[in-house]
Design a protein around this ligand. Structure first.
Ligand SMILES: Cc1cc2nc3c(=O)[nH]c(=O)nc-3n(C[C@H](O)[C@H](O)[C@H](O)COP(=O)(O)O)c2cc1C
Length: 129
């Protein structure tokens, strides 16, 4: 684990090997174990495998080729919406429409993303943010 972390680097060219759903799900489950704000998990992740959808995402990434050549693109989103809905269902007011929530959800998304990346590299996959 530590050796992999010492020797890792960003990978920008990929083989055509697929990433099985079972492996992807395992990595997502591991990443979801990351510490997060008040156990609210203020993030979501969108998985894109479809070529046409990757092409739609490319402009948001300055058309860098990794977006269309990687077998899987993950969009990590700061997302308080799910927790706000959970609170509303319980007749509570989350009071989350503020800068503090923006920061907290961004931190949660980044911690989740980095845990995912570390786990993916541990399994021998190459990643590029
Ligand atoms: C938030 C974030 C955004 C990044 N965006 C890009 C990017 O758009 N394109 C790219 O090629 N690399 C991107 N990178 C990768 C960095 O360039 C890379 O981590 C850095 O140059 C250090 O290289 P290393 O990861 O090989 O050690 C990003 C990294 C982070 C953390």
């Amino acid at each position: 684990m530590l050796e992999n972390m010492k020797n890792r680097r960003t990978i920008r060219k990929y083989t055509t090997q697929d990433i099985p759903d079972a492996l992807l799900n395992e990595l997502l489950e591991v990443a979801a174990r990351a510490s997060n704000t008040g156990n609210m998990q203020l993030y979501s992740v969108v998985i894109t495998r479809d070529k046409a959808n990757k092409e739609k995402l490319a402009p948001a990434h300055f058309n860098q080729q990794m977006i269309t050549t990687a077998p899987v693109v993950l969009t990590f989103c700061a997302d308080a919406n799910r927790f706000v809905k959970w609170a509303e269902q319980r007749k509570a007011v989350a009071g989350f429409d503020n800068f503090q929530t923006f920061i907290a959800s961004t931190i949660d998304a980044m911690l989740f993303a980095q845990s995912f990346c570390t786990a993916a590299e541990e399994k021998g996959l190459g990643i590029c943010y």
